[in-house]
Write a protein that binds this ligand. Sequence first.
Ligand SMILES: Nc1ncnc2c1ncn2[C@@H]1O[C@H](COP(=O)(O)OP(=O)(O)OP(=O)(O)O)[C@@H](O)[C@H]1O
Ligand SMILES: [Mg+2]
Length: 302
Amino acid sequence: MTVVTLGVHIVDVLARPVESIPAGQDTHLLEQIRITAAGAAAGTAVDLAKLGVQVASAGAVGDDELGDFLLMVMERHGVDVGGIVRKPGEQTAASILPIRPDGGRPSFHVPGANLGLSPADLDHGRVRAAGFLHLGGMDVTWGLHDPGFFALLDEARSGGTVVTMDLLSNMPDLVQGARVFLPHVDYFLPNEEQALMMSGAADAEEAAVKLLGEGPRGVLVTLGGEGSLVATAAGITRVPALDVPVVDTTGCGDAYCAGFIAGLAAGRDVLGAAGLGTAVAARVAGGLGSDAGLDGLDPSLL
Ligand SMILES: Nc1ncnc2c1ncn2[C@@H]1O[C@H](COP(=O)(O)OP(=O)(O)OP(=O)(O)O)[C@@H](O)[C@H]1O
Ligand SMILES: [Mg+2]
């Protein structure tokens, strides 16, 4: 069964441990610098490929060296990149993340080509044929806030595609704007901040219930080191995070989504799939970058 990840593609440049920006022209020596294919679609795609799931990604990058790098890395991990279009004259989205000694992750970001992604860039046949379609970062891909795209999602779902969705930003206007997708998705996986912003609720449980009322079969609110909360018609269950030494939590949400989708694809129920998401996210938290800790992994052992 093929998974299609659709949405945001970002090159992450990560460095650790960073305590401060050096004064003047000083240089600080660090332990590690990495560059990865990341973002709510690309990062999830790489994680899925590392979990042994057949995955194709769809989105937009620039016609620049960062775009060359992103496609090369995704392909090297086994992701089908045929659905990623190149936008001449735009820059590939990128983030610089100086990771603090405690794993904290401030960032600098250029949104670049992601903002221009539109339904015309997509291979609709591929979307309809997907077993699972993961929408990554619909709060920043405004070009997809389009009745034609919603109709495509509904068509895919009526053909059996399971649609999952995650967000990217923590900007209230953008996050609230993505609410229009809720009637068109099966499972919504925001983090706590996004769930509160989108619903206007006072806590994660209330947020999950409100968001569930807008259409999805399941809402999974991730709570960082506190784990996650899984809300379905059957009720609300808290899934604790694993107690692991944390290096960098970049991409933990993407890893959770990848594990969740891999779990559903392998026939697990929603709570079982959330458990796999939790285990995959814990591996990613133990290393630098959104795909850390997943090499040579047998997901059936998690
Ligand atoms: N410190 C931690 N220790 C163990 N597991 C963690 C930790 N932080 C996050 N996780 C796991 O990762 C999941 C997702 O984390 P989080 O809620 O931070 O996602 P996020 O904010 O969407 O991150 P991103 O957008 O960078 O992917 C959590 O539900 C939890 O299972
Ligand atoms: Mg996230």
